[in-house]
Design a protein around this ligand. Structure first.
Ligand code: C5P
Length: 254
């Protein structure tokens, strides 16, 4: 018997990461941030100096990269869950329970937890995420991690494509204005961005509209509300309220 899977999808800045993490912690499930995986690949492409248009080179890079989540840094307790490896190369990957510290993400053994939140990565991730071979590789890995269930997975195509049989599907959204405001607060809160010029609310709104458009109009697994998904508009709701709402839905449906 597979343990439950909760799928949380929605556009950029709707609060998915925070909410998904809290729901996972409350229900004792693993948290999977699929956006971080697309960001990590984008970072790798940029580091390698590969042009966004050079699809063959990107594919080669992605086909044997290894992504791993780990929350054991900083001494917080964590439970390792063996989950096998994509591509059968014999490498071991782990997905860990995010207790205490926010989980760290590694690509090819490099900790990119902070680097993937940069403006450069954010501005190019949607282009990389629209490539079929990139999606195929990452979705394969996500399904491996979800095989036994017991997961809150967050992204754009979780309920529609990655885990169409998820026990509960949530579509989290908010107005562009509200999402831009939240992103701005995030940037202020991140010390690593202190040296960068912070974008204005208008610039953030523009960037969010652009990313919404690219994510919703790409050919493969675009951002879409699954017909079964329950939509929650988070404009006037606190993190706690949304978390409680999802937990209540989970308890009444699963
Ligand atoms: O959620 P986050 O903003 O970190 O996602 C970054 C980008 O990764 C999204 O804008 C989207 O282009 C891509 N993504 C995706 N499918 C997912 C999760 C993220 O295409 N399941």
């Amino acid at each position: 018997d597979r343990r439950p899977i909760i799928a949380i999808d929605g556009p950029a800045g709707a609060g998915k990461s925070t909410i998904a993490r809290q729901v996972a912690q409350n229900l004792g499930l693993l948290y999977l941030d699929t956006g971080a995986m697309y960001r990590a690949v984008t970072w790798l492409v940029q580091q390698a100096g590969i042009a966004l248009t050079d699809e063959p080179a990107i594919l080669e890079l992605v086909s044997d990269c290894e992504i791993r989540f780990d929350s054991s840094l900083g001494g917080s307790p964590s439970e390792k869950v063996y989950s096998g490896s994509a591509g059968g190369s014999g490498r071991v990957t782990y997905l860990e329970k995010g207790i205490g510290n926010p989980s760290q993400i590694f690509i090819n053994n490099q900790n990119v937890t902070e680097a993937i939140r940069s403006l450069e990565v954010t501005s190019q991730v949607s282009a990389i995420a629209s490539l079929g071979a990139v999606r195929q590789k990452l979705v394969e890995q996500q399904r491996l991690w979800g095989k036994q269930g017991g997961l809150v997975a967050e992204g754009r195509d979780i309920g529609t494509h990655v885990f169409p049989d998820a026990d509960l599907k949530i579509f989290l959204t908010a107005s562009v204005e509200e999402r831009a405001k939240r992103r701005q607060r995030d940037y202020f809160a991140q010390s690593s961005h202190a040296s960068q010029t912070l974008p204005s609310t208008e610039q953030l709104e523009q960037a969010i509209r652009q990313r919404d458009y690219t994510d919703s109009n790409r050919e493969i697994a675009p951002l879409q509300k699954s017909p079964e998904a329950i939509e929650i508009i988070t404009d006037n709701l606190s993190i706690k309220e949304v978390t409680h709402k999802i937990i209540a839905l989970y308890e009444s449906t699963v």
